[in-house]
Design a protein around this ligand. Structure first.
Ligand SMILES: [Zn+2]
Length: 361
């Protein structure tokens, strides 16, 4: 527990070099589902550990390590949205997930409480209130005489006010304080925030490394589940556990291959329990394979449907396909805000059918 992933060795070396002249803020960026948060947690724990000698992982035996595992270390703060805290309570696939559960337990309970009382959906944003509540922590001197760490995950979920509040802290960084921003979508962060951080790029693991890790976690068909998750191993493990989505994904794949026949409204209804984000992601992968089939003759995400995709793509104009893919990018951005998923699905599926049939004429 708490070991590094095999593909993070070089990144850890980079961190060791940095440790001798610690920056005030680090931006750790890379695609979702490749272990960035685990890396940031390992980095934090080693920095707070009483026995780690700078180049090593945390000892896991000292009082500091013990507090960190229990989710009670006084020199660490974890900032995340309500919905993220709930997700962490359910996750079991990652190497620091048991520690993260301890750190997010209270937040998740509060969110559930509030949800029951007010019927509100858990927020997907980090609020300005959350960032401001760091003020006491930042202004106090360190409890253990060592470093203090704030970890923000994922940093792009800070709303504008929250980001501006954080900027003030970054402009006057306190002594011996490290702020770590972990981000799947750094392009959504304020440029003024990015410019005050030292950027670390988390590496994407090779297909072999990802498959080997999933095999160790006892997943039977690693390559197939990786293909569904843009080849990000942790995301693959999570999606493989979400059996609810499996049924819908198969329905989606059955319908989407017959653009002339499928009932848009019936399909939208069947998909309405799935997070819009996932459905758009499925469509993106499907369209990626259609365009890839036109441009290179190969498919990436649906290797078992190569012939079928090839046939379908023969009738599609590449320009229409690219335009539709753009539409999906915009839809994905909007899918983060609460709306009626069924209406959204209807709109993007109608648009899909239109695009697929247009070239027939
Ligand atoms: Zn220790």
């Amino acid at each position: 527990m708490g070991e590094l992933y095999a593909w993070q060795d070089a990144l850890w070396q980079r961190w060791i070099e940095l440790r001798t002249r610690l920056p005030h803020a680090i931006l750790l960026k890379g695609p979702q589902g490749i272990g960035k948060l685990d890396f940031a947690m390992n980095l934090t724990r080693s920095l707070l550990c009483k026995k780690s000698l700078g180049s090593e992982l945390a000892c896991q035996g000292c009082t500091s390590c013990h507090w960190f595992e229990q989710g009670t270390h006084p020199d660490f703060r974890l900032l995340l949205s309500g919905s993220q805290s709930l997700e962490m309570q359910e996750s079991s696939a990652t190497q620091t997930s048991s520690i993260l559960k301890n750190w997010t337990k209270n937040i998740a309970e509060e969110v559930l409480d509030e949800q029951q009382k007010k019927g509100k959906k858990p927020s997907k944003e980090i609020s300005v209130h959350q960032v401001r509540s760091l003020a006491n922590f930042i202004n106090l001197s360190t409890h253990q005489g060592g470093h203090r760490v704030v970890l923000i995950y994922p940093a792009e979920t800070m709303n504008t006010n929250a980001a501006n509040a954080l900027l003030k802290t970054l402009e006057e960084p306190p002594e011996r304080m490290l702020i770590i921003l972990v981000s799947h979508k750094p392009q959504q962060l304020l440029p003024t925030i990015v410019s005050r951080c030292l950027t670390l790029v988390a590496p994407m693991p090779s297909l072999e490394a990802s498959a080997a890790w999933l095999q160790l976690q006892k997943y039977v068909d690693p390559v197939a589940i990786l293909a569904r998750a843009s080849f990000a191993p942790l995301l693959a493990a999570r999606l493989a556990e979400e059996t609810v989505g499996d049924v819908e994904y198969n329905i989606f794949l059955q319908e989407i291959r017959q653009p002339a026949q499928f009932d848009v409204f019936a399909l939208a209804e069947k998909l309405q329990r799935i997070e819009p984000f996932h459905v758009i992601h499925w469509l993106q992968q499907w369209c990626y394979d259609l365009s890839s089939s036109i441009l290179t003759g190969k498919v990436r995400y649906h290797p078992d449907l190569t012939d079928l995709i090839q046939n379908l793509s023969n009738n599609v104009a590449i320009f229409n396909l690219l335009r539709y893919q753009n539409e999906l990018i915009i839809a994905k951005r909007e899918a983060l805000h609460p709306l009626n998923p069924k209406l959204l699905f209807e709109s993007i599926l109608l648009s899909y059918r239109h695009m697929m049939l247009e070239a027939d004429k």
